[in-house]
Design a protein around this ligand. Structure first.
Ligand SMILES: O=C1C[C@@](O)(C(=O)O)C[C@@H](O)[C@@H]1O
Length: 271
């Protein structure tokens, strides 16, 4: 026998919520809201609730004009949760510091998330790992008390960190108790995209017990948004109409390509 690859078993434990398996099979598609008014957000989510592509809908609170009206945001999460009986609702306030639409200080960020977790409804909450250690630790504990799964996230819209730095952040997120480990970074060349994919694979093979969500942004990064089943990224963002970040592919095209790659990957039988 010439070359028989020995597959290394991954230690990633899939998460199953509402029959959606995160961390096995095809990467699951997340579609984000980008509207600035609650009514438009609700219309969009009604439409997406009927679409087959997204498994997860991300509510981007920082895109809303009235995101400082905490009671209205709490109410909005409850309404969206009710129209998504078989998809997952991810709630995200992406801060300006990490590429989002609105600046918010760590205290107000923590206060908003505290109210959302206490009075709102969601399956998943995106918490930026660098929003202040005590705040982040308290929010993770509260989320888990409320039965909400936590995505700890880190974004770099300027450049792509070294492979060691990408892995170190993902491991830190895991150590902090994240349920899903996430990093997004901007590439300047193909090497940066390949490094993100390679860091994802090394993390998945060696260190991860939790599902990963990684991507290179911008047009150059598209391959990283398609390659998750190979590299070990369990989720991927696609767009419906308008992108919530540069480089997102249309959810329909994304879904077709993920299916094509899945059939190739599952025909691969060890010799
Ligand atoms: O952080 C992320 C990833 C993202 O920035 C992307 O590149 O697809 C899109 C955002 O909506 C999401 O919160």
């Amino acid at each position: 026998e010439p070359h028989s690859p020995v597959p290394t078993p991954r230690a990633i434990q899939p998460i199953t919520l509402k029959n959606i398996v995160i961390g096995a099979g095809e990467p699951k598609i997340i579609v984000s809201t980008t509207a600035s008014h609650s009514e438009a957000v609700k219309d969009f989510v009604q439409q997406q609730a009927k679409r087959p592509e997204p498994a997860v809908i991300e509510l981007r609170l920082d895109q809303l004009d009235n995101s400082d009206d905490v009671a209205a945001m709490v109410q909005l999460t409850r309404e969206l949760y009710a129209i998504l009986p078989d998809k997952l609702l991810l709630v995200t306030f992406r801060t300006k510091a990490e590429g989002g639409n609105q600046a918010i200080d760590d205290q107000r960020y923590a206060a908003l998330y505290h109210q959302l977790l206490t009075h709102g409804q969601m399956d998943l909450l995106d918490i930026e790992m660098y929003r202040g250690t005590p705040q982040v630790e308290q929010l993770i504990a509260l989320a888990h008390q409320q039965g909400v799964h936590v995505i700890l996230s880190s974004h770099d819209f300027q450049q792509t960190p070294s492979q060691a730095e990408i892995i170190s952040r993902l491991r830190q997120q895991q150590a902090m108790g994240a349920d899903i480990l996430k990093i997004a970074a901007m590439p300047h060349d193909a090497g940066d995209v390949l490094r993100m994919m390679s860091a994802t694979w090394e993390m998945a093979q060696r260190y991860a017990q939790r599902p990963l969500l990684t991507m290179s942004m911008g047009g150059m990064g598209a391959l990283s948004r398609l390659a998750g089943e190979l590299t070990g990224s369990a989720l991927t963002f696609g767009m419906a109409g308008s992108a919530s970040a540069p480089g997102q592919l249309d959810a329909g095209d994304l879904s077709a390509t993920l299916a094509m790659l899945h059939s190739s990957l599952s025909s691969e039988k060890p010799a």
